[in-house]
Ligand binder design. Sequence first.
Ligand code: IPD
Ligand code: CA
Ligand code: CA
Length: 270
Amino acid sequence: MNKEVRDTLYTQAKEWVLEAGVRVRKQMLDPLVIHTKSSPRDLVTTVDQETERFFAMRIREQYPDHHLISEEGYGDRLHTTEGVVWIIDPIDGTTNFIHQRRNFAISLAIYVDGIGEIAFVYDIMQDYLYHAKRNEGAYKNHIRLKPLRRNFTVSESVLAMNNRWLIPNTLVDESVMEQLIQEVRGTRTYGSAALEFCYVAEGIVDGYLSHSLCPWDIAAGMILVREVGGITTNIDGDPVDILKKNSILTCNPSIQESIIKDYIEKGRKA
Ligand code: IPD
Ligand code: CA
Ligand code: CA
């Protein structure tokens, strides 16, 4: 994709993200209509659905040859990353949206032949728009994010992760994760994967470790983190398959190897 085409796409996507933000704010004035999906912990509101529909309709109309991967049913079932693929989470952090009315975001990424070209994560309530184009850096509104700091250790880091790592799980031994939690300077849980990626990109946390995330949770965040020199892999250190669920570590390179080798690998369950 040449620069001119990408810039036009970026401008269009930005306009839609901001417009969707205005719509979400307006819809929040009415009581939320909430449904459960797979379990009482897995919620969706009509605002999630409406927002995804808003993007899907516009993309289908304006770019009929593009593809869409998204959470609430308006997307395509893709088996290849060929072509232009929009990857959208209309509201990431739905539990926060329902319980807190803040700490949620729209996440939108555009991949071309599997390469992340354009990213937006919009924290609507704070009016923070994180955005990036490949090889042109990452921004928070008009401020360019700095390259990530270097040369520090796990004991000098703050990690975003949730308590699922301490509950019996099939991925990593809980006692090893306990050691990691004791070693770091602090842990944080924000409840929106997309925003947690942004905080890694912003350098306010040094890594984010999460169980099975979907493509729409991570697609934009991975681009933002990459643009400031961070790394995203699955928890075994292998490349992320953007079409599948992945348990991921997105991280400052100074501590990435140590987290994988000294902790995850040691506690990895078969
Ligand atoms: C969820 C959030 C949450 C993460 C979950 C995701 P949703 O997305 O990103 O932080 O822990 O795994 O499913 O359902 O609010 O879009
Ligand atoms: Ca999500
Ligand atoms: Ca969602």
